[in-house]
Ligand binder design. Structure first.
Ligand SMILES: O=C(O)CCC(=O)C(=O)O
Ligand SMILES: [Fe+2]
Length: 314
């Protein structure tokens, strides 16, 4: 089991042929996943199901997307908060992002593609859909390990059915002289799980539980997994939802493709998560409601959104 702790985040290998439920390598990876999520709320996953060709195709497609006129990109709107075009913000001028809802479905990706390119862009559509499906498989592998590890696998199938996948493509352009190099402010994600990939330009920093900031450097064949506030509440405060931010350290443009996995409907806190050492701290919640409550009342403190939205005072 190739898992190690560098000054970086833990690294967990998902490339093994025989990584099947019940095998020794599965059980060992499962332990590593749980430990990493409880200690860091994050880890680097080595995952080889996304070919280099597909990764390159996705980043080429994303560059083409950001090169569209601002008027076109601004049409990316949604009734869900943080699900549309973000750009030209005075305090983080280098940041731009676009969101593709239901990104693991043809309808989701096609409707976004048609909005951006009314005469079509099959290449974009195919690359994004293929990528989203492969990353959703990784997310499901990780979630299955998490559910098994806590002995709550009987809820896994309904969890799986409730998952919705948003792709957010992000561009952090090279800052001009005298411009801030902050690309994303300190925040925690509101997802169950987020999976990030970058174009090899570093910038992601993640805060460890002891307060130290870790520069997350991840090799091209890897992905960064981050647990969000939905995991924190669902696990009754066992899984950490780490603060993170983006600071560009190099004079280069950074592109990130993030797959944001949210629960739809009501998420219950499994009764198995509650014992004498872990009294119940959260009520059942709606993940989109959690996201909306962050938008309505943004706070910099990681635990605050989940606690103020669905926390139980103990
Ligand atoms: O670009 C990155 O590496 C991180 C982006 C991020 O944290 C977010 O969009 O929530
Ligand atoms: Fe984030």
């Amino acid at each position: 089991m190739a898992s190690q702790t560098l000054p970086n985040l833990p690294i967990i290998d998902f490339t093994m042929e025989n990584l099947k439920p019940g095998t020794n390598s599965w059980l060992s990876a499962r332990n590593d996943v749980r430990r990493a999520l409880e200690e860091y709320g994050s880890f680097i996953a080595l995952y080889d199901k996304v070919s280099s060709e597909l990764k390159n195709g996705v980043f080429d497609a994303v560059k083409e997307l950001f090169d569209l006129p601002k008027e076109t990109k601004s049409q990316n709107v949604s009734d869900k908060v943080y699900h549309g075009y973000v750009g030209q913000l005075a305090h983080i001028p280098i940041h731009e992002s676009l969101s593709i809802g239901d990104a693991n479905t043809l309808e989701g990706v096609q409707s976004f593609t048609n909005l951006m390119w009314p005469s079509g862009n099959d290449n974009f559509c195919e690359n994004i859909l293929k990528y989203a499906k492969k990353i959703a498989e990784l997310e499901q592998l990780v979630s299955k390990m998490v559910f098994e590890s806590y002995g709550v696998e009987r809820y896994y199938d309904s969890h799986l059915r409730s998952m919705s996948y948003l792709i957010r493509t992000l561009k952090y352009r090279e800052p001009k002289i005298d411009e801030t190099n902050t690309g994303a402010d300190i925040h925690t994600d509101k997802t169950f799980i987020t999976i990030l990939h970058q174009n090899q330009v570093p910038g992601l920093q993640l805060q460890a539980r002891n307060g130290d900031w870790i520069d997350v450097d991840f090799p091209p064949e890897s992905f960064v997994i981050i647990a969000g506030d939905a995991s924190l509440a669902w696990s009754n405060d066992r899984i950490h939802s780490p603060r993170h931010q983006v600071i560009l350290r190099e004079k280069k443009t950074r592109y990130t493709v993030g797959v944001f996995a949210y629960n739809t409907g009501t998420t219950d806190i499994p009764q198995e998560m509650v014992d004498d050492e872990h009294p119940l701290q959260f009520r059942s919640f709606d993940n989109m409601g959690l996201l909306q409550s962050y938008f309505d009342n943004p706070t910099r403190l990681s635990e605050e959104t989940a606690r103020s939205y669905c926390g139980i005072r103990v």
